[in-house]
Structures are given as structure tokens and as C-alpha cells.
Write a protein that binds this ligand. Structure first.
Ligand code: ZN
Length: 444
């Protein structure tokens, strides 16, 4: 039997929001694998490297040029029969590198049921019938908007950022304030229900304001941000300083002048991730990424409902009705990675503080292990798993092996590893960082 270690050539796409030329990790990683179609151009934005079987940008075997989709369909043992049956003979997950130069659209991904409905009604804008929970791990410092802020923060902005209050309207602002007052952090189910309804009404009022009103309020907002410095939004709520809020607003306005997103900002948590930090977005969670390079893993789907910071198709009605309107502080949006237990590190790896860290979201389609080997000869041996993996190197270099087959790895190299294979990674030099996405059913 063929040894299930396959080097992949993965496509990078060029959306407007990508980082430019070689500043884009997605572009550099894509260019690390020889390809006829890619020479990184200095002025062009490169946004996403796709690793997986999704038909919009399928990965290929470097040697035979066969698609990974074709390979897993003709040899189901690569994924295991169970996973092939459950997920329809394609990888359950889509693994990506995103290089974000400017804000991505304000968006949410539909749950399974809504995805089926949207796809049936409008297959052009909703190409998949699948849900798309997604996980983000920073590989350079990242910032973004994620989930609704605690209600007290939204109230704070309604009373300190006049252009926001003017735009949503005095009636909507007042109704929200009186409904939630004193119950902002209540844990009673009925309070949470009325709070969420109030938040939905306020947010829907904002999202349905007209273009002229937004442009006029945006002008006032920018004047306010540039003139009030540390006193912007009366110094900000605890999670952000006035200065920081003002500078993000000014930055966003240069990217998307007069956009509704400038005001959505006051509804959503402003999240910063340091390298290695992560967050998980459930289906129907609202978010917008602002800058940084990240590893992203999601259920294999390309469904996005957008409503701001985008020239693409917007679907405000679907977005405002689909959201869960859960509100929580930033800490609850972040994930807590844990040491990965199914790996053996050799002595060289231990002595140099090497690590294998697991990011395991509460869904079945995927998990990710980040392995950092910090000394020449440091080695990590992964126990075989009952499912497929994709491995990408983001820093340094080393070797990857399955059984007797051993290959070189450098920054940007991507490998597919079939089910039940014992995988070994070994550093060459002081640094070797990889991310491995995998799926395994019924794992305890
Ligand atoms: Zn998303």
C-alpha cells in the first residue's frame, strides 16, 4: 500500500482585504510550493490559502497533480470509512491561512438548518448547504470584532457617542436603555430573553438606517474621534481606552469611509489576539476580522451572510434575524488551549521547552494541534488517529515522516496525512512550528 503522506499544492486567492505581496503570509506560504500558476506580485493583495477538498479552491498532490478530493474519494481508507460516510466523501474541515490587511466584512455563518434553506433559495450567494463554525489562531498579532459586547458597554456608547445615538434614533436608544437597566448581567432566563430582544431591536434599527444618514453620522463620528483623543467615548469602557477606540475608528474609516461598520463597532467586542491565542465562533455568531495573519479552521463550507465593510452581496435582513444576540465579555470569546496528550516528545524537545498544544472546539468536524519544536533534533511523535490530518509549517524547518517515508518541511509546506498513520515531526535548527488540523470521530 502507498504510504499516506502526500505533499500538497494549495491555492491562494486574491481578495481586496488581503495583505499586499510578500507581506501576506498566505502568499508566501503558497509560493513555497512550486506551481505554474503563482508568482507573487508586489502590488497585489493575497488573502487566503485554502488547504482541503472544497471545490472552490481544491488542493492537489504536488507530484501527480490529482486533487485531494479525488484521492480521498478513490481511497476511503485515507479518511476512514466512517468519516467518508458521515461527511459525504470529502474532508469534514477546511483549513486556511488568512492574511488580513484591512477589515473583512461583518458577517455570520448560518447554522446547518438555515444554510440548507438559504442554499435552496439562493445557491449563487449561498454555495453550500453546510454550517460553518470556525476557529481562529493568531500567527501574527491579530485584531477583530467578535460577538456582542456586554450590554453595559453598549449603553455606555449610546450615552457617550452622540453620532451613534442620533443614528439609531432617540426612541430605539431609550427603549433599549430602559429595558436592560439593572439587568445587564442578570442570569435569570427571562431577563436574558428580554435583553436579547432589546439588543436585536436596537441592532436592527442601526442596520436599517439609510445611506445618507450613515454618511452624515460617520462624518460627525470621525470629527469626534480625531478631536477628543483619550476622552473619546468618555474614555471608553474598561475593555478599551478612548484613545484605542478612536484610533481603530479612524483606521476603519480610511478603509471603508462612511460604512455602517463604523457604528457596528460599538456593538461588538474588540478582540486582540497575541501569537498562539485563539477564538472560536459558533454558527450564527457575528464577527469581523480587522488585521493580522491567522490560521483558520472551519467545517467545510463557504457560506457567509454579510452586512458591512464589504463591496460584496449584503443580506441585512437575514443577518439581523439569524443572530443569537448572545452578549459576553471578550474573555468568553477566547479559547483555552491545552497540552495535546497524544504525542511523545523526545529528550531534545523536552529540554528546549518544546510544546504540542491542542485547540479543541466543541464540535466534531475538527481540532488543531500547534507544535513548536525549539532545538535541532527535537522530535514529536503523534499517535495514529482514526481520521485525516493536514499539516502546515508556519516557521522554521524540519522533517516530516510516516513509516519509512521522510520529507523536507519548510515555511509554507503543506502535507496531507492519512488516517491511522504514525506521524513524526523533527526540527532542523532552533525553530520548527507547525499546525495540524484533524478530524477524529468519537474521540475521548
Ligand atoms: Zn467568518
Amino acid at each position: 500500500m502507498q504510504i499516506p503522506l502526500i505533499r500538497l499544492q494549495c491555492g491562494v486567492n486574491s481578495y481586496d482585504w488581503g495583505k499586499i505581496g510578500k507581506e501576506s503570509a498566505a502568499a508566501r506560504f503558497a509560493a513555497a510550493t512550486p506551481s505554474d500558476d503563482l508568482t507573487v506580485q508586489e502590488e497585489k493583495p493575497y488573502a487566503e490559502l485554502w488547504m482541503g477538498t472544497h471545490p472552490s479552491n481544491p488542493s492537489k498532490d504536488v507530484e501527480t497533480k490529482r486533487t485531494l478530493l479525488d484521492l480521498v474519494q478513490t481511497n476511503k481508507a485515507l479518511m476512514t470509512q466512517e468519516i467518508a460516510e458521515k461527511y459525504g466523501e470529502k474532508l469534514p474541515f477546511l483549513f486556511k491561512v488568512l492574511s488580513i490587511g484591512k477589515a473583512l466584512s461583518i458577517q455570520a455563518h448560518p447554522n446547518k438548518k438555515l444554510a440548507e434553506q438559504l442554499h435552496a433559495k439562493d445557491p449563487k450567494n449561498y454555495p453550500d448547504d453546510n454550517h460553518k463554525p470556525e476557529m481562529t489562531i493568531a500567527i501574527t498579532p491579530f485584531d477583530g470584532l467578535c460577538g456582542f459586547r456586554p450590554l453595559a458597554e453598549i449603553s455606555h456608547f449610546l450615552s457617550t457617542v452622540q453620532p451613534l445615538r442620533w443614528l439609531v434614533g432617540e426612541d430605539a436608544a431609550h427603549a433599549f436603555e430602559t429595558t436592560i437597566k439593572g439587568k445587564e448581567t442578570s442570569t435569570s432566563e427571562s431577563d436574558i430573553k428580554t435583553n436579547k430582544e432589546a439588543l436585536q431591536k436596537l441592532f436592527t434599527a442601526l442596520m436599517n438606517t439609510n445611506k445618507d444618514a450613515i454618511a452624515s453620522a460617520a462624518k460627525d463620528l470621525i470629527t469626534l474621534a480625531s478631536s477628543s483623543g483619550a476622552f473619546f467615548a468618555a474614555g471608553g469602557p474598561a475593555s478599551n481606552s478612548g484613545e484605542e477606540l478612536a484610533s481603530v475608528i479612524e483606521r476603519l474609516n480610511t478603509q471603508f469611509p462612511n460604512d455602517i461598520g463604523l457604528f457596528v463597532f460599538f456593538f461588538l467586542n474588540y478582540v486582540k489576539l497575541t501569537v498562539g491565542e485563539a477564538m472560536f465562533l459558533r454558527a450564527d455568531d457575528i464577527h469581523a476580522y480587522l488585521s493580522g495573519d491567522i490560521i483558520e479552521c472551519m467545517a467545510s463550507s463557504d457560506n457567509v451572510v454579510r452586512a458591512g465593510f464589504t463591496p460584496k452581496f449584503k443580506d441585512v435582513d437575514t443577518l439581523t434575524t439569524m443572530l443569537t444576540y448572545s452578549y459576553a465579555p471578550i474573555e468568553e470569546q477566547k479559547m483555552e488551549p491545552v497540552p495535546y496528550p497524544y504525542v511523545a516528545l523526545n529528550a531534545a524537545a523536552y529540554s528546549a521547552n518544546s510544546s504540542a498544544t491542542l485547540y479543541d472546539p466543541p464540535i466534531e468536524e475538527f481540532a488543531v494541534v500547534r507544535t513548536e519544536l525549539k532545538r535541532e533534533g527535537a522530535k514529536a511523535t503523534f499517535e495514529p488517529i482514526q481520521g485525516p490530518s493536514i499539516v502546515i509549517c508556519t516557521r522554521g524547518r524540519g522533517k516530516i515522516s510516516v513509516g519509512p517515508k521522510q520529507q523536507e518541511v519548510q515555511e509554507g509546506y503543506v502535507y496531507f496525512v492519512g488516517a491511522t498513520a504514525e506521524l513524526v515531526l523533527e526540527a532542523e535548527g532552533e525553530e520548527f512550528v507547525t499546525f495540524k488540523a484533524f478530524c477524529e470521530l468519537n474521540h475521548n
